[in-house]
Design a protein around this ligand. Structure first.
Ligand code: UDP
Length: 447
């Protein structure tokens, strides 16, 4: 079976956009009006206005202090200008508030899937000429303007509402207090549930990336609140379980800066498993498959709170320092080297994995992936070309014997075409612009 790739939305990413777009879609009433106008108008045409040179400035830097609120004030035009940056054909600079979670620094020192995505996307958007302010955990480093809000990171309290709400509320305050001529055009939210639920309480439109899988509880949440923000998924597999009432949601894959990952065609004789120490990620099944294949296995990853009993019971007894080794949490060049030298990455998942960054990281290094055909693995692994999709441990062991059929350059080329930073950033730029164009409709109707 051949897997079809994640297809990034083509939201006019390459179209030249010149002129100013008046934005007045303030709050939920305005959004309702925008919706009705959307039905009445066939297409939105940007109004012609003044053109300001260069990238926009940071909206927060010179924000007034004190309880000044923007709601109800007339909105200045959003000014866009057609420019060229790097590999991107045409980009209209925007002021983007990137809202990272409050738990771990950006980029993450080790494990941290969402923080890594936020870091790579932020750096790329800055390189492409946008003014990005990154609202994030203390200790973060970025070429964007960095705004840390809480006093400490909270790696052991992930999803504790106390910290998430505090973080988002402070970000909303800062965004609303931006001086009028430097307002943010868009908030890009990666931060749990708070910002989506409160999106109609802030004037700036929100693009919300769905990082997790849909469960009955989160599906009910999004049924209630999704209309307040523009949602983006990270794979078709993830979106397949979205409630039908949400309508079509675009899928934009997680980005990888491929240039930062080494392509290695000559491999060492070990298989790699890397991830969180949980049963659904399958380190115990990787051990069984590697043993059956007769190839040494390196396990790498983080043991998060609550995972120690599983590790002690299922993993520790198999470790012999030779055929099965555990190297703990890895990061930086050691992690990249581990990926690059491996004969193959084992991904014996038993859950609807919404993305699976480790698969893309392995492929970028020219390391094929053998995955159970679950979740987004069906989109990220092209069976027979960049790895193999298999049903169980036995088939996984058999596929190890076929790894030599895979060309390392094909693996990397697939990542370059589908997940490289500029491909993904261009898709998000299109998303931001489509949100802004939709918001501008009430204003255009008055012209
Ligand atoms: N990771 C890491 N060090 C480790 C284990 C994992 O840096 O020891 C990184 C890994 O490279 C990847 C992320 O953590 O970027 C895991 O993301 P993935 O989407 O694969 O899994 P999940 O988000 O479900 O944990």
């Amino acid at each position: 079976m051949s897997a079809s790739p994640v297809i990034p939305v083509d939201l006019d990413a390459d179209r030249e956009l010149t002129g100013s777009i008046g934005v007045s879609g303030r709050g939920s009433r305005a959004r309702a009006l925008a919706r009705s106008l959307r039905r009445a108008l066939p297409a939105a045409a940007p109004a012609v206005g003044d053109v300001r040179p260069g990238a926009p400035e940071d909206p927060v830097r010179d924000a007034p202090s004190g309880p000044q609120r923007r709601r109800g004030r007339p909105a200045p035009p959003i000014v866009t200008r057609a420019v060229r940056f790097g590999r991107a054909p045409v980009v209209a600079p925007l002021r983007i508030a990137m809202l990272a979670p409050p738990w771990i620094a950006v980029p993450p020192p080790g494990y941290g899937g969402v923080e890594e995505v936020v870091s790579v996307l932020t750096e790329t958007l800055v390189r492409r000429g946008h003014a990005v302010t990154l609202f994030c955990a203390p200790g973060s480093v970025s070429s964007a303007t960095v705004r840390t809000l809480l006093d400490a990171q909270h790696p052991d309290e992930i999803e504790r509402s106390l910290y998430e709400v505090d973080h988002v509320a402070r970000a909303f305050d800062a965004i609303e207090l931006a001086v009028p001529h430097r307002r943010f055009d868009v908030i890009h939210d990666h931060c749990g549930f708070t910002a989506v639920a409160m999106a109609d309480r802030i004037d700036t439109p929100i693009v919300h990336t769905l990082h997790g899988q849909f469960t009955p509880a989160t599906a009910a949440f999004y049924r209630r609140h999704a209309g307040k923000a523009a949602l983006v998924g990270i794979s078709r597999a993830q979106l397949a379980s979205a409630p039908a009432e949400l309508g079509p949601i675009p899928a934009i894959p997680n980005p990888l800066d491929v240039s930062a990952w080494p392509l290695r065609e000559r491999k060492d004789d070990y298989l790699l498993w890397i991830g969180r120490m949980t049963p659904e990620k399958g380190p115990q099944r990787a051990i069984a498959a590697a043993r059956a294949a007769g190839v040494p296995l390196v396990l790498a990853g983080v043991i998060q709170p609550g995972q120690q009993p599983f590790f002690d019971r299922e993993i520790a007894p198999a470790l012999d320092g030779e055929r099965v080794r555990f190297v703990g949490e890895v990061s930086g060049s050691a992690k990249r080297s581990l990926f690059a030298h491996a004969r193959g990455l084992l991904m014996p998942i038993r859950w609807e994995e919404p993305f699976g960054m480790v698969m893309v990281e392995a492929l970028a290094c020219g390391t094929p992936v053998i995955a159970f055909a679950e979740g987004a693995a069906r989109e990220l692994v092209v069976d027979g070309r960049t790895g193999f999709l298999v049903p169980d441990e036995r088939a996984m062991a058999a596929a190890v014997g076929r790894l030599d059929e895979i060309d390392a350059r094909d693996c990397r080329a697939w990542v370059v075409a589908h997940c490289d930073v500029d491909v993904v950033a261009a898709a998000y730029e299109g998303m931001y612009r489509s949100v802004l164009e939709r918001q501008s409709l009430p204003e255009l109707a008055r012209v």
